[in-house]
Design a protein around this ligand. Structure first.
Ligand code: ADE
Length: 444
């Protein structure tokens, strides 16, 4: 009979059984290094998210804690249930949509806007449970999918430019260039270029380094007050369970709920396919092992996140940095999750981060998301026109929902007008008609 293995070897045996490290050609050490790498690439979100949700009137200290908690919970859940090296956290783009548009521009209380996220996440969960999610993704054309991602990128970029004061309102021209020599603007510009240059040199912690540098300069010039490093986690009572589920069940919010659902669907699915592909786990159709579990983790975490008081959760494209250093299993995601739990004790650091330090990250995420426009068939106007309209109408109307609506409608107009109506899938036609009804009968 085999002798039981003792001490640490037993622990290694457990890790091997849960994550099948050998079968994936990886080791505990490689997975830990990969976990640290992904964590360093995405930890900026704990500093950026409170700033963005703070604009919606939420308690930034509480948002800091819930951001850490959902990132930890989602990543560990993904690692254990789906055994994939993919981490989760509140999505950039959806957080900006929530704070700047639904609360800021449309004037809904943040609790109601959180209710819209809740219903969007429930819809996302139902699409996953009833297996409609894969069908929807495959029936929506690439021009619209890419148009949505790029439009959100342009929208986030515009928020970054505005928050840093790089662009300012102008009554004659709508927008104009700001005062580039003021300290805040200069720090915003510096922050962006630190990220872009470091990322171009493949330095994973580029965003974190930029936030540290700009905040340190703020401290030196007396613009930021030192708050300490460690503290007990602040209370989250002011935001947990505050979601107004009933208040969001309003026909006027239907387009917003649908937008949250659709964006979350594309965002998470696109990221999962990209990261598993990079890890060599996906086939040529983008299918990867334990896809159902991964999609479930993703949608359950989003729903739980709304209850906890944070904007929609998504799988993070930054997970590909851990994959690039060898992460292949869920152990990588578990390491990321455990590190997010430790960050909860660093809340004083988050308090020192200024909007100009965050602006660079916003503009940089804009660059990354907008780059997907290269996948549009620009020489086919029935594809290029809806992609362009979807993308540019988001910043120009200050509404991600209008961008999606006008994109779907213009796709049908272009295909039908060019006599290629057979290319319009039932899914696109239904969504376009629903948006048309919304524009004609609900909005006015
Ligand atoms: N919306 C998003 N989707 C994928 N990865 C992200 N990283 C930050 N925001 C993201």
């Amino acid at each position: 009979m085999n002798k039981p293995v003792s001490g640490p070897a037993n622990g290694l045996g457990l890790l091997e059984r849960v994550f099948q490290l050998n079968q994936h050609g990886t080791t505990v050490r490689t997975e830990i290094v990969a976990g640290f790498t992904t964590f360093l690439t995405m930890v900026y979100i704990v500093f950026v998210n409170p700033q963005i949700l703070g604009v919606a009137g939420m308690d930034t200290e509480a948002v800091f804690v819930t951001t850490c908690l959902v990132a930890a919970f989602g990543s560990i859940f993904m690692g254990v249930l789906a055994n994939l090296p993919v981490a989760l956290a509140p999505a950039m783009g959806l957080n900006a949509f929530f704070a700047f548009v639904v609360v800021g521009a449309m004037g809904h209380p943040w609790q109601v806007a959180m209710g819209a996220i809740f219903w969007g996440s429930v819809g996302f969960l139902l699409l996953t449970l009833f297996r409609v999610r894969y069908w929807m993704i495959s029936s929506i054309p690439i021009s619209l999918r890419v148009g949505i991602t790029s439009g959100i990128g342009l929208f986030i970029g515009m928020m970054g430019l505005k928050n840093a004061g790089i662009i300012v309102p102008n009554p004659d021209t709508l927008v104009a260039i700001g005062n580039l020599t003021s300290l805040n603007v200069a720090l915003g510009v510096l922050g962006f270029f630190i990220i872009a240059v470091l990322a171009a040199k493949n330095i994973h912690a580029a965003v974190l380094i930029s936030i540290i540098v700009t905040t340190s300069i703020g401290l030196i010039v007396g613009d930021v007050t030192y708050q300490g490093v460690f503290s007990a986690p602040p209370s989250i009572a002011s935001i947990v369970g505050q979601v107004d589920v009933k208040g969001a069940l309003d026909i006027g919010l239907a387009g917003i709920i649908f937008s949250f659902m659709l964006i979350n669907l594309f965002d998470s699915s696109g990221t999962l396919i990209a990261v598993t592909d990079k890890a060599g786990l996906a086939d040529e159709n983008g299918k990867f092992p334990r896809m159902k579990q991964a999609l479930l983790v993703d949608s359950i975490t989003s729903t739980a996140g709304a209850y906890l008081g944070t904007s929609s959760i998504s799988t993070y494209i930054e997970s590909s940095s851990g994959v690039s250093v060898g992460g292949r299993t869920g152990l990588t995601a578990v390491v990321v999750g455990l590190l997010f739990l430790l960050v909860i004790f660093l809340s004083p650091l988050a308090k020192m981060v200024q909007p100009y330090a965050v602006a660079g990250a916003l503009i940089y995420v804009g660059v990354l998301m907008t780059s997907s426009l290269s996948r549009v068939k620009w020489n086919d106007l029935t594809e290029a026109t809806p992609a362009f309209i979807t993308a540019v109408m988001m910043p120009f109307t200050f509404s991600i929902t209008e961008g999606i609506a006008l994109g779907f409608i213009s796709y049908c107009v272009m295909k039908a007008g060019a006599g290629r109506w057979r290319e319009i899938s039932p899914c696109v036609l239904i969504v376009a008609l629903l948006f048309l009804i919304k524009i004609v009968f609900i909005d006015h």
